[in-house]
Design a protein. Structure first.
Length: 257
């Protein structure tokens, strides 16, 4: 159902069962998957692809041009998966040519009011961004991460899977998977034990992650020596520990400690 006051470009592709509310604007070269709900006063700009059964609440701005001085109107995109929720006044920007040309959002994510995703970000699945959380450009957020309210994340940072960042934090370095972080600048406060339990991680996996965390972040060893010790330990055979090791090895900005 498309409300008569909505403006929908005839070149937009609207899936079966899509609802578009009053005064919303859908530009050309937009694709909206079946069952998605667009509330009133939403603007969806060209180059946006939205999956199935998403819900975009009122006054959100989806697929706007990137806030980047180097952007000169090139054709770029915003790719959104299925079953995402975007609450009031969420802002999502397209990519830039210099950053790969696309901003990507996976499936089953929850973006609360006033949260912002800048150009060239890559967000996984089942991520939560609370009210006012803000991502600079080129940020990677892995699956099941939770970003608290009013958190600001510096461009090019990475947030690991199942990490939890407490509210009003400033993130300047990578946050490794499975941990709690808070502060401005943020520091680590141990494993995200509650989150891991809710996600039904096995006791063996949690014990292995705790041991790896103690060695890497709480021993007197240098990071290089601590990583070597973890890799030589049998816990390195646990997939989640291996992911933690790989994440740290691939860090370009450095890791929060």
């Amino acid at each position: 159902m498309i409300h008569p006051t909505a403006i929908v470009d005839p070149k937009a592709e609207i899936g079966e069962g899509v609802e578009i509310g009053p005064y919303s604007v859908i530009e050309k070269d937009v694709i909206i998957g079946e069952g998605t709900i667009i509330s009133p006063h939403v603007v969806i700009r060209e180059g946006t692809r939205i999956g199935k059964r998403c819900h975009i609440f009122q006054s959100s701005s989806i697929g706007e041009a990137p806030q980047h001085f180097a952007y000169k109107g090139e054709k770029t995109s915003l790719l959104i998966g299925d079953q995402n929720i975007f609450r009031e006044f969420v802002t999502l920007h397209r990519g830039t040519v210099h950053g790969g040309g696309k901003t990507v959002i996976g499936n089953g994510n929850f973006f609360m009011a006033y949260s912002h995703v800048a150009h060239d970000c890559n967000i996984g699945n089942h991520v939560v961004m609370a009210n006012g959380a803000t991502l600079g450009g080129h940020i990677l957020i892995e699956d099941h991460a939770i970003i608290g309210g009013l958190v600001a994340i510096h461009q090019f940072c990475r947030i690991g899977a199942h990490a939890f960042i407490g509210g009003v934090s400033g993130i300047l370095l990578d946050i490794v998977p499975y941990v709690l972080a808070q502060g401005a600048p943020a520091t680590l406060f141990g494993l995200n034990a509650v989150g891991l339990k809710r996600s039904r991680f096995s006791e063996e996996t949690v014990r292995a992650l705790k041991k790896a965390y103690r060695i890497i972040f709480r021993s007197a060893l240098t990071l290089e020596k601590a990583m070597k010790r973890v890799e030589e330990d049998e816990i390195s055979q646990i997939p989640e520990v291996q992911h933690l090791i790989d994440f740290i090895k691939n860090s370009k900005r450095g890791i929060c400690r």
